[in-house]
Design a protein around this ligand. Structure first.
Ligand code: UDP
Length: 402
C-alpha cells in the first residue's frame, strides 16, 4: 500500500494498459472499501482509496487512549461475530483474533440484570427460581398471542416477551436510541436479539466471535497493505475526483452522492461522553440503561473489550443517541416509512448510473454488522471482476437496498 497524504486528483493510474485493467477509485477506507480494494488489487487493478478521516477502518477504528493506554473503540463498540466461515477465515488472514464473548448487562428499575433476556433475567425479574420449561410457560403466558404477524418493534416485543419485560428493557432504550416510538420501527431491529430459556448470556448466536488482538485499525490496514493500493487519508471525495477512473465504489452515504437534493436520509448519530476511572468502574464492557431517567443508552468500559490486557486506568464512554444533522457522523440508518420512500427514489436514480457502485452501511443505507459488510464487499468485488471479464456493466448495487 502506498500511503499518500495529499490529494492528487483522479486519473493518476492511467497507463496501466499493460494489464488491461481499469484504474479503480474507492471512496471510504472502512471495511467495504478495504475488502473491495484488496480483491481488485489482487486481481491486478490499480486501486486508489480516499477517506476524509485521518485513519482507515471507518467506524470500527480503534486507537490506544493516550491517558490510560487502553484500546478504545473510538466510534462505539464493535464485536466481531459471524456464522460465515469464509468471512472468519478472511479476517484471520489479516490479524490475530483473541477470544471475546459479548456479555451485556442492563441496569433497570434499580437492579442489574443479565442480557439478552435469558433464564437468569427472567428469574431475576420475576423473583423466581424457574427451570427452563417453567420459564418458557411463564413467558408464553405473558406474550401477546393475538400478534401473530408482528408489524413493528413493539408488536414483535409484546409477541415474544410480553409487556413487563418489554417495558423494563426495551421500550425506553429504543425510544432513546431511535428517537421515535417503537411502534414506528421495524420488527427486524428486535429480531437481532435472542430470547433464551437457559443461562447462556452470550449476546450473539454466532459460531465465531472474537476481538482483533491489536484493534480493528491494524486489521484494516493489513487488508489495505497491497502494492496495488494507494490510500489517501484526509481526502474528501469530490465528484470530479472520479474522472479518469474506470469504476467507482462509493461507501459514503447514498444521498450524499447526490448532494441530498431529494432530501436527507435519516440517521441517528452518537455522542460519546468520555470519562476516566481507576481500576474497574463497572465490571463489564457494556452496561445498558433502558430507563428514561438517564439520558444515555449505555456505558462502555473499553478495557473489557481487551480482557487479555491489563491496565490500571480505565476509559469509559457514556453513549447518547440523537438525530444526525449535516456535519455529524451518520451511524444508524432509521428506515421509517418516509425514509423508505426517499431511499427508493435515490436507489432508482443510482440504478440509472453507470460507473459507480454503492456499497456498505452508508452506501446501501442498511444496519449492517461487520461480517455482513465484509461478505457483501467480497460479493461486490467478485461481481465486478466477473462483469469486466465479460465486458458487462457492473450494477449500481451488489445487494438491492430497498
Ligand atoms: N435494545 C433495547 N434494549 C437493550 C438492547 C437493545 O431496547 O438493552 C434494542 C434497541 O432498539 C437496539 C436494538 O435492540 O437498537 C438492537 O440492539 P443491539 O444491542 O444489537 O444494538 P447495537 O449494539 O447495534 O447498537
Amino acid at each position: 500500500m502506498k500511503l499518500v497524504s495529499k490529494p492528487a486528483g483522479g486519473g493518476k493510474n492511467e497507463g496501466n494498459g499493460a494489464l488491461n485493467k481499469q484504474p479503480i477509485l474507492i471512496v471510504g477506507a472502512g471495511l467495504s472499501g478495504a475488502v473491495i480494494g484488496r480483491a481488485l488489487a489482487e486481481a491486478g487493478h490499480e486501486v486508489t482509496i480516499l477517506d476524509e478521516r485521518p485513519h482507515a477502518a471507518g467506524n470500527c477504528h480503534t486507537e490506544r487512549d493516550a491517558e490510560t493506554d487502553v484500546m478504545v473503540h473510538v466510534y462505539g463498540p464493535h464485536i466481531f461475530h459471524t456464522d460465515d466461515a469464509g468471512v472468519w477465515e478472511y479476517v484471520n488472514r489479516f490479524t490475530t483474533f483473541k477470544p471475546y464473548m459479548n456479555r451485556v448487562k442492563s441496569t433497570a428499575q434499580g437492579q442489574v440484570f443479565s442480557l439478552p433476556v435469558n433464564l437468569h433475567t427472567i428469574n431475576q425479574f420475576f423473583g423466581s427460581t424457574l427451570r427452563p420449561d417453567e420459564a418458557r410457560a411463564l413467558i408464553t403466558g405473558k406474550a401477546d398471542k393475538t400478534l401473530t404477524d408482528p408489524q413493528n418493534f413493539e408488536e414483535q416485543a409484546l409477541s415474544m416477551i410480553g409487556r413487563e419485560l418489554y417495558e423494563a428493557f426495551f421500550k425506553g432504550y429504543t425510544q432513546k436510541q431511535w428517537g421515535c416510538e417503537p411502534t414506528d420501527l421495524p420488527a427486524s431491529i428486535l429480531k437481532r436479539l435472542p430470547l433464551r430459556f437457559n443461562y447462556d448470556d452470550n449476546y450473539f448466536f454466532h459460531k465465531y466471535q472474537g476481538m482483533p488482538e491489536n484493534g480493528y485499525t491494524p486489521m484494516v490496514e493489513a487488508i489495505l497493505d497491497h502494492p496495488g493500493i494507494t490510500l489517501r487519508l484526509n481526502t474528501r471525495f469530490e465528484r470530479a475526483d472520479a474522472a479518469g477512473f474506470g469504476h467507482v465504489f462509493y461507501s459514503g452515504p447514498l444521498d450524499g452522492w447526490y448532494d441530498c437534493d431529494l432530501g436527507r436520509l435519516g440517521y441517528r448519530t452518537l455522542d460519546f461522553e468520555r470519562f476516566i476511572a481507576e481500576g474497574d468502574y463497572q465490571g463489564c464492557a457494556v452496561m445498558n440503561y433502558p430507563g428514561l431517567d438517564v439520558p444515555f443508552t449505555r456505558i462502555t468500559e473499553h478495557k473489557h473489550f481487551s480482557p487479555w490486557e491489563s491496565h490500571h486506568g480505565s476509559v469509559l464512554y457514556r453513549e447518547f443517541s440523537r438525530a444526525c444533522e449535516p456535519g455529524d457522523i451518520p451511524y444508524y440508518p432509521i428506515r421509517l416509512a418516509a425514509e423508505q420512500e426517499l431511499l427508493t427514489a435515490y436507489v432508482a436514480r443510482a440504478q440509472a448510473e453507470s460507473g459507480v457502485t454503492f456499497v456498505g452501511r452508508l452506501g446501501t443505507y442498511r444496519y449492517l454488522d461487520m461480517d455482513v459488510t465484509i461478505r457483501e464487499a467480497m460479493t461486490a468485488a467478485e461481481m465486478f471482476l466477473t462483469a469486466t471479464a465479460s465486458n458487462k456493466p457492473m450494477p449500481a448495487f451488489a445487494v438491492n437496498p430497498t
